[in-house]
Design a protein around this ligand. Structure first.
Ligand SMILES: [Zn+2]
Length: 257
């Protein structure tokens, strides 16, 4: 079972104190420090599949997080930061039929029930693949993604009961995340938020062009990130950089629901 979520967001007074680095200028569009900004060439694409990105307020991965980049790729993506919303319509900002939306599911799925070759699978409440995948997928008008560490995403899931009314989709990607060893995700196939939605766009709306453009952005971000790591290492060869430790921290283990 998952531990009861905190009643209140953790107060800043209890946050561990870390030495503050010099404040760096950040990009007003993607909110990344300028050395990691890859957003200049991103053109928001028109699309039919709805997207609601809900980010936990304490998501701290400013260097490698991809939710804002993702939102920049799609004209009609809705990006919200918070812990709970009273209804799906309030979160999305317009009326919505939850039965026609899917949430990217975090709980334990049963991969042995997944149909061969499918990278997006609609699940029942027990995490098993539903029988008529084509029909289930065709009914999906939009997708909700939860952005944060595993435990933060779990908190969002448990605090927003309306999510239970959505369909649940799991990803079974054929290729591993470009993150490689930068993040130790609980599952080897775990993709970044950007890669996950790229896969959904490509499989649910047949927009391989959007997926390609998202993956290019992600590769550019990782390239810039490796450049920053090298520069920090060169500047302080005897001390491991604080950012490096922060960015490469192990992600939290998932807890089965
Ligand atoms: Zn930027």
């Amino acid at each position: 079972m998952v531990a009861a979520p905190r009643e209140q967001p953790r107060s800043k007074a209890f946050m561990p104190r870390v030495p503050q680095a010099e404040p760096e200028e950040t990009c007003p569009r993607c909110h990344k420090r300028l050395a990691l900004c890859v957003c200049a060439s991103i053109e928001p694409a028109a699309h039919k599949l709805g997207l609601l990105i809900l980010q936990h307020p304490q998501e701290q991965d400013k260097d490698l997080g991809t939710a804002r980049l993702l939102a920049l790729h799609l004209k009609d993506a809705v990006f919200k930061i918070g812990l709970s919303w009273p209804s799906f319509a309030k979160a999305l900002g317009r009326p919505v039929d939850p039965n026609r939306w899917a949430i990217l599911y975090l709980g334990s799925a049963k991969p042995d029930t997944f149909p061969e070759g499918r990278e997006v699978v609609v699940l029942d409440k027990n995490g098993a693949a539903l029988p008529n995948q084509d029909r289930e997928l065709a009914e999906i008008n939009g997708v909700v993604v939860l952005d944060g560490s595993w435990s933060q995403a779990k908190t969002l899931w448990w605090r927003n009961a309306w999510m239970l009314r959505c369909k649940r989709v799991a990803l079974n990607p054929k290729r591993a995340s470009l993150y490689g060893k930068l993040r130790r995700e609980p599952r080897a196939e775990a993709l970044s938020t950007l890669e996950s939605v790229g896969l959904l766009m490509s499989r649910l709306e047949r927009r391989e062009d959007i997926e390609t453009s998202m993956i290019k952005s992600f590769a550019r971000l990782l390239h810039a990130y490796h450049g920053v790591l090298r520069a920090e290492k060169a500047a302080a060869p005897t001390k491991p950089g604080r950012r490096r430790q922060t960015a490469a921290r192990p992600r939290e283990k998932p807890t089965p629901p």
